[in-house]
Design a protein around this ligand. Sequence first.
Ligand SMILES: *Cc1c(COP(=O)(O)O)cnc(C)c1O
Length: 469
Amino acid sequence: MNNRLYGNLIFELSKEGRKGYSLPKNHFGSYEIPAEMKRAEEAQLPECDELTVVRHYTNLSNNNFGVDTGFYPLGSCTMKYNPKINEEMAALPQFQNLHPEQPVETVRGAQALVTLLEKSLCALTGLAHFTFKPYAGAHGELTGLMTIDNYHRSRGDMARKKVIVPDSAHGTNPASAAVCGLEIVEVKSLANGQVDFEDLQRLVAEQGTEIAAMMMTNPNTLGLFETRIPEIAQLIHDCGGLMYYDGANLNPMLGACRPGDMGFDVMHINLHKTFSTPHGGGGPGAGPVGVREGLQDCFPFVSPYQGNYGVMMRAYAYILSLGREHVKEVGPLATLNANYIKESLKDVYELPINTICCHEFVFDGLKDKSTGVTTMDVAKRLLDYGYHAPTIYFPLLFHESLMIEPTENESKETLDGFIAVMRQIAEEAKTDPELVKGAPHDTPIGRVDDVLAAKHPVTTYRQLQAENV
Ligand SMILES: *Cc1c(COP(=O)(O)O)cnc(C)c1O
């Protein structure tokens, strides 16, 4: 650990009486604050000189990893390509300084942008209307499921309380269904990673009159294109249910095919993934929900405001800068990059489903299991080489899932560099497994106890002192 850069808290750098500022001369006189409004004791603030403060925070910020510092092959929830021009657009003061309570006549331009974005999303998805209120993908799922629930109720069909969710689905799918008060029915996946159609037929035969909807992700969370969607949609529609599409990661589909044409009735899109908003640690996001004509009357009330406006601006800028022609290149390039990495590594990493993938794919750990080196170890060792780890232990279909998504705009050199490091780690696992198991070695802190860090976070200096950690 490099103490100079990482070791100290700002409180530990404090020296009594040290000041980091000098205020201009006071020309205004002074005002005595009433005693009852004053604190009983001095605030315990660190006292440091300016350079110490600036260096402290600059060094801390350098410990951050982001798309601007290195390759970020996180699958599924990934940061896709985030062009800088979109940041400039979102920062335009005419838009950035809007207030949600502003009179409507003063925000006509902002409203027009929402309408134009809605038109673009309708064109890309084949659906008829979008609501922009949801603040994230999961919020979109909840909104979409509430829409479906409202639809069934509006027809007096109160028995439809079950949602079919594939076992490969993103965890938010069953969670959103549960929050919506619906019951989850799991449908199995086949060995090829696709929904088991026979299992689905059995479920529908048994419980058809209670099915509110089926949720699907396509390409699914294994990065595979579900080929039986027309038959699945037919089956669900015939039993009276609706088809829900999880469009969190729409990039491989852009301009290639549309959920609306495949038989989906309701969907959400994660603008912050597919349409270029840097996100992480909980925000910012936008999960607009699109529906087939007629279903817009069933939209629930989920927020008084028009969603996350900056995210919508970036999305629209992204769509405009690509245009109708170039939007079609996003999917093929993301797919090419993912397949290039997959094919270059599948002799040393276990590829459980050996087929062409879409924008992402999943390894099941290292091929050579005899070394005892796990997916967690590989992910930690990648940090030593300056890479963000891929998504690990998701999806749950395999024990050692390692889910990789390169996105569309990484150069061949970047991909080759990553492939070389992944091969190097596979080699180290054989020749020096302890090196990999002990990783990371070069990061500010070593391997943390995930559970303890999440369940018992130490967040204040006093707590730290009290616990003497
Ligand atoms: C990220 C993701 C979600 C959830 O989106 P949030 O914005 O994180 O709530 C849902 N489904 C899939 C497939 C995802 O990748």
